[in-house]
Design a protein around this ligand. Sequence first.
Ligand code: 1OR
Ligand code: 1OR
Length: 414
Amino acid sequence: MSIEIPDGLTELLQSFTVEVLRNQPGDLLDFALQYFIQLKENQTEAAFDNARHSANGRPGGGGNVSSGRAVNFAEEAMQIDSENEEDDDEEEFVAPVINRFLRRSSVCAEAFNPEEEEDKEPRITHPKTDEQRHRLQEACKDILLFKNLDPEQMSQVLDAMFEMPVEAGEHIIDQDDDGDNFYVIERGTFDILMKADRVERVVGSYDNQGSFGELALMYNTPRAATIIATSVGALWCMDRPTFRRIIVKNNHKKRKMYEAFIESLPLLTSLQVSERMCVVDVLSSKTYTDGEQIIAQGATANCFYIVESGQVRITMNTNKLKKEDGEGVEEDVEIAMCTRGQYFGELALVTNKPRAASAYAVGNVKCLVMDVQAFERLLGPCMDIMKRNIVNYDEQLAALFGSDTDIHNNDTAS
Ligand code: 1OR
Ligand code: 1OR
């Protein structure tokens, strides 16, 4: 006699088992009861949501709830733990439904006071398969805003994030809207558009990496730009309460930690104090060991660096510059040494060219790193100082290799 396994049973039990293992509930029966009630409620909510999205012409975001498969219910499910991480509160598992596409109607009136906001909001978890978690970790590994988080905070961030497939042409963010989510790009290309004098134009783009949507959440301001997908892609989203509870709180600490250092930087003297604090918000600290390459000559540039501690050796491959008589040994020549408070990696961002030189750590090095979008948004007033230095590079380069050498046209991308 053959017994037919109902469609979805395996996935349903698998998802439930994963949740039991993750939550380690004291009362298994009670947990099961709440879990399955929650799944049922999620199914209803998500079906409603899908209907709403298709009415809006927006894709349903991958939640194929109408198929009735348990695995999809589990993807939709969200849990909110109660406040204290160390408490034995897993027994009190509550899993109210939060619609992951729900947009907050108004957030701009809220004050910036992360200490007051501390842990008021319940903790949010979106269950994920191992495969999803792996993809999420890959997408997040170079996100600067996450670099300063401790392992516990990072784990909460990963728990809270949820996946959102996107279509080409889809508006992820519209300028002037209120901020709901922060987005990390897993794949896909996106344009950044800004309105000036009622004319909207593309001011930048993201190519399969990076993140956006942090500003409205950090500063309780309307969205500063429009972000449109220019290909099919996938995003990971973090809800506003989690972003504020973890990232904004962390920024508050960062400001205290770096205030004096940032004030001391000659490069930033043209910025107002509040602007300098905004610079701190987007900087993250990266460490390098002796000999580690920080920048590769010829590579595409997407970051700017300030040395926090240690020394950074800048080298130039002379054969790459003097290609016509480039026979003989490839030679890396040291052209500069950067120490605490000095910056590097600005040239390629200013000229929009590949990296003109390489950078290596000498001993243990700590650098503050900023991405290209933040560099363009915040360091405009510092451009005069940077350009003066770039003229110096040109002069030194001409003195060393002849006046026809041009670091702005370094087309040695490897
Ligand atoms: P948000 O929450 O304001 C729009 O929503 C997002 O676009 C914003 O967060 C940033 O993450 C992202 N100026 C403002 N926002 C930018 C910019 C930008 N680039 C990306 N975003 N730029 C200044 C242009 C004068 C830099 C353009 C390359
Ligand atoms: P980047 O984005 O091109 C390499 O990445 C960085 O090395 C570059 O920005 C500068 O920040 C830094 N010429 C070119 N780049 C230099 C130089 C330099 N010094 C530091 N960098 N010269 C040395 C001048 C003392 C002239 C070459 C002889």
